[in-house]
Design a protein around this ligand. Structure first.
Ligand code: GUN
Length: 371
């Protein structure tokens, strides 16, 4: 009782202080309105400072055993179906190609995509090459700006503004990651909202996160993961889903999209304790961290569906471009436990490209006001 009375007195004195402060800083008309309309208590409540998410999510070897054990490899019988992202994406791209040719016949226009590639990263060069090739297959016009590793922010902004103003371009993509000296946020914010086919503008991402709101574009990797689940007949509604990784490109939008599909979603990151115990409860596991063999067979519930977004380049002189990609999942082990698994390569990667073309087509339809 005593405590409550003291609290009340403190609150009252804070209120008086707030009102005094307010009188000093407010113009007299607002002060009058404030006094007339809101003759009740005000308290200053400062928000706590936001904890930065800028430090990198580094998965420490302490908590993990990266080795995909050769003893377990192949020792289990395969229970899992392989989700063939390559053939599903080919089907989608062929549908897009038909729509593009109909558009060309009816209004004499085709969708256009512009890609900005900065630097010499081999993996980024491969992704961009594949995106341009897919555009050609679908009849989508593509433009590319290639800039050197040490280019200035102004050079990128100038390429961006010419793509923003070009009416034959309906989608703009800045291949990530950018070299460290460049301000990614500032550059991505320059992409016109109507051409943000990556869906990385905070307004698109925010609308994806909010109930009753519709983003103009959904990020391609996330959309590709959901499309793989749906086209493989996996029910999402009411299922427990775990997303490993919280990147803006993949983990975050995938977790938001799974929520939209009514899954119960948990997000794991490098500081999560006992991640294997959490993944073992999941019906659907999506992993997107770029740590080879992070997800072992014993991390999975029997019958789970596993979507591997991870791509980690491993030196390989025998392959065409000097490296090959490996995923986050210990594939051989997962095949013996899960009901369905995506391979790397040939799983999510081609779907990301198909979704990019689909977003570009949608953007062109919106621009030309056709359905
Ligand atoms: N780098 C890796 N994935 C992506 C993607 O989906 N979009 C862009 N812009 N860069 C990427």
């Amino acid at each position: 009782m005593m405590m409550m009375m003291m609290m009340k007195r403190i609150t009252q004195s804070m209120t008086v202080m707030w009102q005094k402060g307010l009188k000093k800083s407010m113009p007299s008309t607002s002060r009058a309105v404030n006094t007339l309309k809101h003759n009740h208590c005000y308290q200053i409540r400062k928000s706590p400072p936001l904890v930065s998410l800028d430090f990198p999510d580094i998965w420490t070897p302490n908590s993990l055993d990266y080795d995909c054990s050769p003893i377990q490899k192949g020792s289990n019988e395969q229970t899992a179906a392989v989700i063939d992202g390559k053939s599903i994406s080919e089907e989608i791209i062929s549908g897009i190609a038909s729509e593009v040719s109909r558009m060309k016949e009816s209004i004499g226009k085709v969708p256009g995509l512009a890609v900005i590639l900065v630097g010499q990263r081999r993996d980024s060069q491969t992704y961009v090459r594949n995106k341009i090739k897919a555009c050609e297959e679908a009849g989508i016009k593509s433009l590319m700006a290639e800039l050197p590793e040490d280019c200035t922010e102004d050079e990128i902004l100038s390429a961006l503004s010419s793509f923003n103003e070009n009416p034959s371009i309906h989608g703009i993509l800045v291949q990530l990651p950018l070299p460290k000296h460049l301000d990614e946020e500032k550059i991505l914010n320059m992409v016109s909202l109507e051409k943000d086919v990556d869906g990385f503008n905070p307004l698109n991402m925010g609308n994806l996160a909010m109930r009753g709101r519709e983003p103009l574009f959904i990020p391609c990797t996330a959309k590709g993961c959901i499309e793989l689940l749906l086209r493989s007949g996996v029910e999402i509604m009411g299922k427990k889903a775990v997303v490993i990784g919280r990147s803006n490109i993949a983990g975050l939008p995938t977790s938001l999209l799974l929520q939209r599909h009514h899954a119960t979603v948990s997000i794991l990151h490098a500081l999560s304790k006992n991640p294997d115990q959490i993944t073992r409860q999941a019906d659907i596991v999506v992993t997107a961290v770029g740590v080879p063999n992070l997800v072992r067979g014993h991390w999975l519930k029997p019958g789970a569906v596993v979507i591997d977004v991870g791509t980690y380049p491993v030196e390989d002189p025998s392959s065409e471009f000097g490296y090959h990609l490996v995923g986050d999942v210990c594939y051989e082990e997962a095949l013996g436990v899960a009901s369905a698994v995506t391979p790397v390569p040939g799983g999510v990667g081609p779907m990301t490209i198909a979704m990019l073309l689909s977003n570009t087509l949608d953007s062109a339809k919106r621009a030309y006001d056709i359905t």
